[in-house]
Design a protein around this ligand. Structure first.
Ligand SMILES: NC(=O)c1ccc[n+]([C@@H]2O[C@H](COP(=O)([O-])OP(=O)(O)OC[C@H]3O[C@@H](n4cnc5c(N)ncnc54)[C@H](O)[C@@H]3O)[C@@H](O)[C@H]2O)c1
Length: 271
């Protein structure tokens, strides 16, 4: 029997998500993927990850990594994701983006894709399957309410801009209520879910986002409400934050690995 050609993978960003994807490529998914290269702006992060992996994985610069692989996995930052997608499109590489927030306002890039495939996993959010089906008809509203413990919102530019101190919050408080566009700008490390919801649905200007926090919260919870010709969808995802990075939910890591698996699978289940 002819041996299947493995898909060569390179990972940009060796943090919480990138490390788990790397391990999945070498363990669970090694019959479909071959992890050949990793990269991180913090060299220690790349070296630490390499030490946990097979010796043959190379540490490369972004440009060289893209040249060497079939599929580029971005798990770095919203600042980097649009540039990475642009380079992959130019170099005709397939690309998998986790930092979806960096793509808002850059939708023209997605429209320019022809020779590459771009994968945008649902991440920590459930309900995108229904939203994609519902988008075939008319959608009147999409609302996301995200609830996170204060430490999951730390460092967000919006908090500094408004002079909000998370340590002073002693009860359930709505921190932000506005468009997905505003949420992604104000909370770039937190609301990739708002970005993917916008891209799959009615866009970042029409998608409404509320961000709520409380010292009593222990999980990252996303509630989505969608209304349209089809009727109404309500989903609630109660995510356990990853231990390595409380801003990232465990579900986002699972979603990334499941999406990778689907890329290689012949059978696609769901919308
Ligand atoms: N789609 C989703 O639902 C979802 C969920 C959680 C996180 N995310 C996003 O995925 C990304 C990774 O999340 P994480 O929890 O692994 O973060 P992390 O902070 O644990 O790791 C990110 C790593 O990327 C590196 N990095 C940053 N900029 C880089 C660049 N330009 N080039 C190379 N390396 C770079 C950092 O040094 C770090 O090691 C973040 O942007 C995060 O917002 C998406």
């Amino acid at each position: 029997m002819q041996k299947l050609k493995l898909i060569k993978v390179g990972i940009i960003g060796c943090g919480t998500i990138g490390s788990q994807i790397a391990k999945a490529c070498q363990d669970k998914l090694n019959d479909k993927f071959e992890l050949v290269a990793i990269c991180d702006i913090d060299e220690d992060k790349a070296r630490n990850l390499k030490n946990l992996l097979d010796k043959k994985v190379s540490i490369l610069r972004t440009e060289d990594l893209i040249k060497k692989v079939d599929l580029v996995v971005e798990a770095a930052s919203a600042k980097a994701s649009s540039e990475i997608i642009e380079r992959c499109i130019k170099m005709r590489r397939d690309v998998f983006i986790m930092s979806i927030g960096g793509l808002l306002g850059k939708e023209s890039l997605l429209r320019s894709v022809s020779k590459s495939r771009v994968y945008l996993p649902s991440g920590a959010l459930c309900g995108l399957d229904g939203l994609k089906s519902a988008s075939t008809g008319k959608i009147s509203s999409v609302t996301l309410t995200t609830r996170k413990p204060p430490k999951g919102l730390a460092g967000a530019p919006y908090l500094m801009e408004k002079g909000l101190e998370l340590s002073k919050i002693d009860k359930e408080t709505v921190i932000f209520d506005g468009t997905a566009e505003g949420a992604v700008k104000g909370f770039p490390q937190n609301v990739n879910v708002a970005a993917i919801l916008s891209l799959a649905g009615i866009g970042a200007e029409r998608t409404r986002v509320r961000i709520v926090t409380s010292p009593d919260y222990t999980k990252n919870v996303h509630e989505v409400e969608i209304s349209g010709d089809f009727g109404r969808i309500m989903t609630k995802t109660e995510n356990v934050p990853s231990t390595a990075n409380p801003k990232t939910s465990q579900m986002a890591i699972f979603s990334a690995i499941a999406t990778l698996k689907e890329i290689a699978d012949s059978v696609k289940i769901g919308t």
